[in-house]
Write a protein that binds this ligand. Structure first.
Ligand code: HEM
Ligand code: SF4
Length: 567
């Protein structure tokens, strides 16, 4: 994984020192709330329901065991013993006292971490496929490009005050595990017929009240020119994006309104930057720079394809529970003899994506023992060990189970995505966590869960869609009706694949439901699927084949409340 250079390190430490000075002046009354606000936000400090909330970036999801131990320490010594992994490979803390914020930033800087650009109308954390560099369906490893993008976008002076936040996701694989089509810019790195590496570029994806899938604006931008092409997109957005209306400020609205004209403006700007490049000022990536960065992303020392005799035999007498875990939580690997293992952060009594300090420490220890000290934060709010020897799976399973990290539920109904909702977020219309917990408890019977099979369940506490409810096969959205919590249900959303596209927003199945009806509605949806499914057909495929009407009918039949129209 990428190791900070002395330059990176000096920069982050300086930032931590600068923040300490700003905080001290604020606490001494020399900087008022309004003056301090942009300074704290630029370092990831929001104010939410209970206390300041800190968002820490995990660039493209790569995390070392040392970093995770520091996050565990922060959870233990500064928060209430847990942190929340988000869908965009960030970690959020909810209870840190502002007076101690500078200490936290110093600790983070020691392990090359920070909260810069995790807030504000700038380019946010670059996210990617949690299986980058190890997935068998990978066309090109996206991580060197992610790292170059990270360096380019960090403190980019021109793009510090965009009309609205700006999110970029990169995938180099066929399965889209980074929700690229739902981002302001989605990048698919692949090879053209001549074998050259370049990017398919999607622009204008996003959720919120106007869910839109990104439009492909270029099938192939040579890798050398990708920063220039992105610069052209963001420059056109910076110039023409709407600043008069918060709800119309994202780039998706500009792309939707202007269509071809937007694409032409980007192409013109792209050509103009390249033409003006008489003194090499354009950010064309030199081969030597790509090589320098790529060197960080070789497999860890000692990791190489294993000869058949060094691999494990089939797990002849494997315990049933281990087999189930292996089938759900273990993925094939690019390297013979290796596997990628997901540590589930979805279990009863914990909000989806939450990890306690003890779990973070245990996950760090597992990474040290079984995965060369490396982990990944996933879009689905889990942790992943990318370099596990197949022969060590059984030992890893044993330890992961003891740490409460081996729920064998990856891809199933209980492996849900959920935002913090009304328990923590000041913008929420309803709580997400109690709904998530009730559903987690409802589906604890593994046989039933396995029989249902793969379902993406996504929950958001308001229309900002942090829990990606639009792309859930089943989506749940919290809505506020006269001060009470209600939930709108959507069906048929999907994240798609980088080759075939088919990312799609789900359709609303009717007026919203009362909180105590949600579990019954879920039962009705799942029962309808079981009644209608063809052999080995997944939930989403049945929905696509039979349409949403039978599901809609069944869900609305369990309604006890008076049906109300939803906003
Ligand atoms: C509690 C603190 C949070 C606040 C105040 C917050 C606020 C927001 C707002 C206002 C937006 C909409 C921006 C717009 O469309 O213009 C947004 C989008 C988003 N948030 Fe959050 N968020 C929070 C936590 C989270 C968490 C915990 C996650 C992941 C679990 C998350 C993931 C996202 C994503 C993926 C989007 C983009 C949705 C889209 O495609 O439009 N956020 N957030
Ligand atoms: S979806 Fe709404 S409730 Fe949930 S975290 Fe985002 S802003 Fe808060």
């Amino acid at each position: 994984m990428y190791r900070y250079t002395e330059f990176d390190r000096r920069f982050v430490r300086q930032r931590a020192r600068q923040f300490r000075d700003q905080l001290e002046r604020h606490l001494a009354g020399q900087l008022g709330d309004e003056e301090f606000k942009p300074l704290r936000l630029q370092n990831g400090w929001y104010v939410q329901r209970h206390a300041p909330m800190l968002r820490i970036a995990v660039p493209y999801g790569e995390l070392s065991s040392r970093q995770l131990r520091t996050l565990a320490r922060i959870a233990r010594e500064f928060d209430r013993g847990y942190g929340h992994f988000t869908t965009r490979q960030n970690l959020q803390f909810n209870w840190i006292a502002l007076a101690r914020a500078a200490e936290v930033m110093d600790l983070l800087a020691e392990v090359d971490m920070h909260g810069i650009q995790t807030s504000g109308n700038c380019i946010r954390n670059i996210t990617s496929d949690a299986l980058a560099g190890v997935a068998p369906d990978e066309l090109v490893d996206p991580r060197p490009y992610c790292e170059i993008l990270r360096q380019w976008s960090t403190l980019h002076p021109e793009f510090a005050f965009l009309p609205r936040k700006f999110k970029i996701a990169v995938s180099g694989a066929i399965e889209d595990r980074a929700a690229t089509a739902w981002h302001d810019i989605g990048l698919h790195v692949h090879r053209n017929a001549a074998g050259e590496v370049g990017f398919r570029v999607l622009v204008g994806g996003g959720m919120g009240r106007t869910p839109l899938v990104g439009t492909v604006v270029r099938e192939f931008v040579p890798w050398q020119q990708i920063l220039v092409f992105i610069e052209a997109i963001v420059r056109v957005y910076n110039r023409y994006g709407r600043r008069d209306n918060l709800y119309k400020a994202r780039i998706k609205i500009l792309v939707k309104a202007e269509g071809e004209r937007f694409v032409r403006a980007v192409e013109d700007e792209f050509s103009a930057i390249l033409e003006r490049d008489c003194e090499g000022a354009a950010h064309v990536i030199p081969e030597a720079e790509l090589d320098r960065v790529s060197a960080h992303f070789r497999p860890p020392e000692g990791v190489a394809p294993l000869r058949p005799d060094a691999r494990s035999a089939a797990f002849a007498d494997e315990p049933l529970a281990f087999r189930k875990w292996r089938e759900r939580n273990v993925r094939l690997h690019k390297l013979a003899g290796y596997r990628a293992v997901t540590l589930s952060l979805k279990r009863v009594g914990q909000a989806p994506g939450d990890a306690t300090d003890a779990q973070m420490d245990r996950a760090a220890a597992l990474a040290d023992r079984y995965s060369c000290g490396e982990l990944r934060a996933t879009h689905d709010q889990n942790l992943l060990l990318p370099w596990v020897r197949e022969s060590e799976l059984l030992a890893l399973w044993d330890e992961a189970r003891a740490a409460g990290l081996a729920a064998p539920n990856i891809g199933l109904l209980t492996d849900m995505i959920a935002c913090p909702g009304g328990d923590f977020c000041a913008l929420a219309n309803a709580r997400s966590i109690p709904i998530a917990n009730a559903l987690l408890e409802r589906w604890q019977d593994l046989d039933e869960l396995y029989d249902i099979g793969e379902v993406d369940l996504h929950i958001s506490g308001c229309i900002n869609s942090c829990g990606h409810h639009h792309s859930g096969h089943i989506g749940i959205l919290g809505v506020d009706k006269d001060g009470a919590e209600w939930y709108q249900v959507t069906l048929g959303g999907a994240d798609g694949s980088t080759l075939s596209g088919n990312s799609v927003a789900g359709k609303v199945i009717g007026p919203s439901f009362a909180a105590d009806e949600v579990a019954d509605v879920m039962d009705a949806l799942i029962d309808t699927y079981r009644d209608r499914r063809a052999a080995s057909e997944r939930f989403i495929d049945t929905v696509r084949r039979v349409g949403i009407d039978p599901f809609k009918g069944a869900a609305n039949a369990v309604r006890r409340s008076t049906a109300r129209e939803t906003a």
